[in-house]
Design a binder for this molecule. Structure first.
Ligand SMILES: Nc1nc2c(c(=O)[nH]1)N[C@H]1C(S)=C(S)[C@@H](COP(=O)(O)O)O[C@H]1N2
Ligand SMILES: [Mo]
Length: 312
């Protein structure tokens, strides 16, 4: 993002030679060419991710075709594991996601730590097929598995003074080679206004395609906010804090004129270094027009009376 804009690099071009060679070797040995060609099972077989039980279907009725699993799990932004699109898939297997706790604290009546197993059972898991748009100009359609963040926030009982929610993610230099570089002020943090955080589209996410998240997608738990640019979706969350003041966010601290707090997908507000009015859907050849709020018009009422050019 800050470094360059690799929007026109195809996922097939970014796989490192080493990884490519290793995959070829695996395929020859296993003779599982058909499986790999289908783009299925292989990433999870490598990482040992488990199938999620009792996922309620809820595809949110969008017509768009889901992006291939292989692209979702090999074309990533997770700077703690490297700034190249292929690096998270190569490096993030070092992340240990059990045991894992998320501390929910700040302006609430019942602050406490949730173990990941408890967190996964707090509300029924649903599948949500969401359009996702990265500020760099590419997009995907991902069948996430999770439940509305509101279920967790209501469990801790926000106080009347709470206006914002801050998300802090893991920063562990032992497993994250990217922390050596001061691209961002680690740990990666993000934030939402409380009403955005409570919106039913905002998802606390533990899986995709019916399986637990792979580390490169933000295991064991991440945020998904489909009407905002992808960087709002903090990965591998360790702390959620209710605040009165608008929290600082990692990208805003790095370049305030490029990445605002709101970060709503908006074709009418170009990024200072490139337009935002079209996008390349990974897996498609022709560009699509980018839609206001990424097509999620139902959130428009959250912003009535706000100048979305100033609050970009
Ligand atoms: N902790 C953390 N979360 C992060 C990022 C990151 O670098 N670190 N990148 C963000 C960006 S820019 C995008 S587009 C999405 C990408 O999510 P995906 O790789 O699962 O598609 O994750 C977001 N969450
Ligand atoms: Mo992004």
């Amino acid at each position: 993002m800050l470094i360059r804009r690799p929007a026109d690099v195809l996922p097939s071009e970014i796989t490192s030679p080493e990884l490519y060679a290793r995959r070829r070797e695996f395929l020859r040995e296993g003779g599982r060419l058909a499986l790999a060609a289908a783009g299925l099972a292989l990433p999870w077989a490598d990482a040992g991710a488990a199938a999620l039980a009792n996922v309620q279907p809820n595809r949110m009725k969008i017509a768009d075709a889901p992006t291939r699993l292989k692209d979702i799990t090999t074309y990533n932004n997770y700077y703690e594991f490297g700034v190249e699109k292929g690096e998270p898939a190569e490096n993030a297997h070092r992340l240990r996601t059990r045991p894992w706790t998320v501390s929910v604290e700040g302006l609430c009546n019942k602050p406490r730590r949730f173990g990941i197993e408890e967190l996964m059972k707090l509300a029924p898991l649903e599948e949500r097929l969401y359009r996702m748009r990265c500020v760099e100009g590419w997009s995907m359609v991902i069948p996430w598995v999770g439940y509305p963040l509101s279920a967790l926030l209501r469990a801790v009982e926000p106080q009347g003074s709470a206006k914002f929610v801050e998300f802090t993610t893991l920063a562990d230099a032992k497993v994250m080679p990217g922390l050596r570089y001061a691209v961002l002020d680690w740990p990666y943090t993000e934030g939402l206004r409380l009403d955005e955080a409570l919106h039913p589209l905002t998802l606390l996410t533990m899986g995709l395609y019916g399986q637990e998240l792979l580390p490169q997608n933000g295991a064991p738990v991440r945020l998904v906010v489909p009407w905002k640019y992808g960087f709002k979706g903090a990965k591998s969350i360790v702390r959620i804090r209710l605040t009165e003041q608008m929290p600082a966010t990692a990208w805003n601290k790095a370049a305030a004129h490029e990445y605002g707090f709101y970060s709503n997908v908006n074709p009418n507000v170009p990024h200072p270094r490139w337009d935002q009015d079209s996008e390349r859907r990974i897996g498609e050849l022709t560009k699509r027009k980018t839609l206001l709020f990424n097509g999620y018009d139902e959130v428009a009422s959250l912003y009535t009376g706000m100048d979305l050019r100033k609050n970009f």
